[in-house]
Design a protein around this ligand. Structure first.
Ligand code: NAP
Length: 289
């Protein structure tokens, strides 16, 4: 067995898929999660004692003995950057030598999408540790597009006529596994992980209409309309801003870049929306006519 990879978020979509791929490759892993009962079982994978990113001592126990940290970003919160910093500092404290972090496309301190700012600050902290690192800046998940369809069969938001190159969880996991298993070839690199084409939300709605047999429209909202149509959820201000600005980042073009990183890392094309809906009918079944 080679070096041990600690996989966080292993009970979730990205981390679980990456852990499966690493297990298939015969890699020794420590699966990290807040609740061991939610972690998957894989050959060669040890379940670490439960750890939340914001608990430095628990994270140090969970990461003990690992060489590489695969860090999946935490569930969005007002305090997410501090949680990530605590997790990264725990990695440094136990002697982790390399961090592969799942970031977000167009991460920047002044990104339109407010949650993408968290990712930039996390990247910056990882850079400052001096450890070997790779950043995987993924686009919006393809799985999110059918989930964006709300009441009355519409995607509503201030996305204007902007484009987005949404990406499949499986493609992100394949690319992440290639990076994790690829030695130092990916050190100090940042990859945008996107789908193969950038489409407008109106085009996404048309594809969903074709699959579901039900008219699904895109209704372009203004910022004020977006806040008003989401007011019923009584979400805290930081969360509401994240929801609204995720669309505004599409409008500005910050999500429009199509990257070739997935085919380059995996040796096969990334899935587009139609391909994803074909292979994942459960993602849109609830929208059927
Ligand atoms: N690109 C996109 O479209 C998009 C959309 C939504 C979210 N995201 C971000 O991408 C991340 C991964 O996506 P996913 O689909 O894999 O999400 P997911 O299925 O919800 O999995 C998230 C994983 O992260 C763990 N986690 C969350 N907060 C944590 C914390 N504070 N401390 C320790 N572990 C924590 C969860 O563990 P538990 O079992 O303990 O809950 C779970 O294993 C999300 O957490 C979020 O930051 C991206």
């Amino acid at each position: 067995m080679g070096p041990v990879i600690a996989v966080t978020g292993a009970s979730g979509q990205i981390g679980g898929r990456v852990a499966r791929r690493l297990a298939e490759a015969g890699t020794a892993q420590r699966l990290v999660g807040r609740d061991a009962s939610r972690l998957p079982d894989f050959d060669g994978a040890v379940k670490a004692p439960p750890a939340s990113y914001d608990d430095g001592a628990a994270m140090r126990r969970a990461l003990e003995g690992a060489d590489t940290l695969f860090l999946v970003s935490a569930r969005e919160s007002a305090d997410r950057v501090r949680e990530h910093i605590t997790a990264v500092d725990a990695a440094v404290a136990v002697g982790i030598r390399r961090i592969v972090y799942v970031s977000f496309q167009s991460a920047a301190p002044d990104a339109t999408f407010t949650f993408a700012r968290d990712h930039w600050h996390t990247e910056q902290h990882i850079r400052d540790t001096g450890l070997r690192h790779t950043f995987l800046r993924d686009s919006l998940y393809l799985a999110v597009l059918p989930a964006m369809v709300g009441a009355y069969g519409a995607i509503r938001g201030p996305g204007g006529q902007g484009r987005i190159a949404a990406v499949a969880h499986d493609d992100i996991a394949d690319a992440a596994a290639a990076v994790l298993l690829g030695g130092d070839a990916h050190d100090h690199l940042t990859y945008d992980l996107t789908g193969p084409e950038a489409i407008t939300l109106a085009e996404a709605a048309a594809v969903l209409t074709r699959f579901t047999g039900r008219l699904i429209e895109y209704i372009a909202e203004s910022r004020d309309q977006a806040y008003a149509s989401r007011a019923q959820y009584n979400a805290p201000a930081w969360e509401m801003a994240g929801w609204v600005t995720s669309y505004e980042a599409i409008a500005t073009g910050e999500m429009a870049k199509v990257s070739t990183a997935i085919p380059m890392l995996t040796g096969r094309p990334a899935q587009n929306l139609a391909g994803y809906l074909t292979t994942h009918p459960q993602a849109w079944e609830h929208l059927k006519a």
